[in-house]
Design a protein around this ligand. Structure first.
Ligand code: ATR
Length: 288
């Protein structure tokens, strides 16, 4: 239902046709019978500020922000949450009644929520050992910060060592909570880890698989892959074959969307089997 009083939000990206956010948010709007709409908004980089200010002036409740605008939009915000400040990246904007534009980064919290929804007890995993994080891009930084925030030490391994060193330097962790290890050595560290997280692009459809030798893993290791196409990567299959808990990337995609929806539309949406199946079906075929 869209009346003259509808609440409006959308996703700003360039291109934007690949985004599954309109499908997800409009599903939730319909399910909860809310008077609102969520639109895909293709905005080229040189029109970003004009578009954000214009949408705010037009009464939008807020926006999601995706590639390539996640960093640039931070400079347009009047305030940033702790995760956005740390990562320099914003994926959610909330336009306040006071005219302020607040930016947040919900990827790290979305990752933690996806573990919890999969029945993983992070405190138990942390009691087994540190998180072994593969990759050093934006997702790795958000997830490392979130895990450290829950008191879990992090070992970072990335093909390009300079990037993992730079990532570690950005994390506000007490000495000993973050360590960088060589890319080649990560399988040797599995025996001491409580959580393995793949944030690299290895295993994505069209990319090579992550060489997944889990033979040295502890029986209590939890394996998470933020790749969601395919839903079951070779890494997750190897983990399940060894009897380890395995968590795919679709949950993070769903849970990172929850804070924006609740802020804009005033209802906290539920991530359940039905919406998970909807997204799984959508990401399984090309969009746009
Ligand atoms: P994000 O989307 O998280 O910001 P990104 O910046 O695109 O990610 O980074 C992709 C990650 O996959 C990087 O950690 C990259 O390693 P490099 O920093 O060495 O480029 C990793 N990656 C991509 N292809 C890889 C490969 N063939 N082997 C190992 N790591 C790879």
């Amino acid at each position: 239902m869209i009346t003259g009083a509808a609440r409006l939000a959308g996703v700003v990206g360039f291109p934007v046709a690949q985004s599954r956010s309109p499908l997800l948010h409009n599903f939730w709007l319909a399910r909860h019978g809310l008077d609102g709409a969520y639109l895909p908004l293709a905005v080229p980089p040189d029109r970003l500020e004009t578009a954000i200010r214009g949408l705010q002036a037009a009464g939008f409740a807020g926006l999601n922000v995706t590639v390539p605008h996640k960093q640039a939009v931070a400079a347009l915000c009047d305030g940033l949450d702790a995760a956005a400040t740390l990562t320099g990246s914003v994926n959610t904007l909330v336009f306040g009644a006071d005219g302020r534009c607040l930016g947040s980064s919900t990827d790290g919290a979305g990752f933690l929520a996806s573990l919890q929804a999969a029945g993983i007890d992070l405190a138990m995993a942390a009691a087994t050992g540190p998180a072994l994080l593969l990759g050093a891009g934006g997702a790795a930084l958000a997830i490392a910060a979130a895990l450290l925030g829950r008191g879990m030490p992090v070992l970072v391994a990335n093909r390009t060592r300079a990037r993992s060193d730079a990532l570690a330097a950005r994390l506000p962790a007490p000495a000993g909570r973050v360590a960088v290890i060589d890319w080649e050595s990560w399988p040797d560290r599995l025996g001491e880890a409580g959580l393995l997280v793949n944030t690299t692009s290895l295993g994505m459809a069209g990319q090579p698989a992550l060489p997944a030798d889990l033979s040295r893993a502890s029986d209590r290791l939890v394996v998470a892959d933020i790749v969601y196409v395919p839903a079951e990567t070779a890494l997750l299959a190897a983990a399940r074959a060894r009897g380890l808990a395995a968590v795919g990337g679709l949950g993070m995609l769903l849970h990172q969307a929850v804070p924006g929806f609740s802020a804009w539309f005033g209802t906290t949406p539920v991530v359940d089997d039905e919406v998970t199946a909807l997204l799984a079906e959508s990401v399984g075929r090309p969009a746009g």
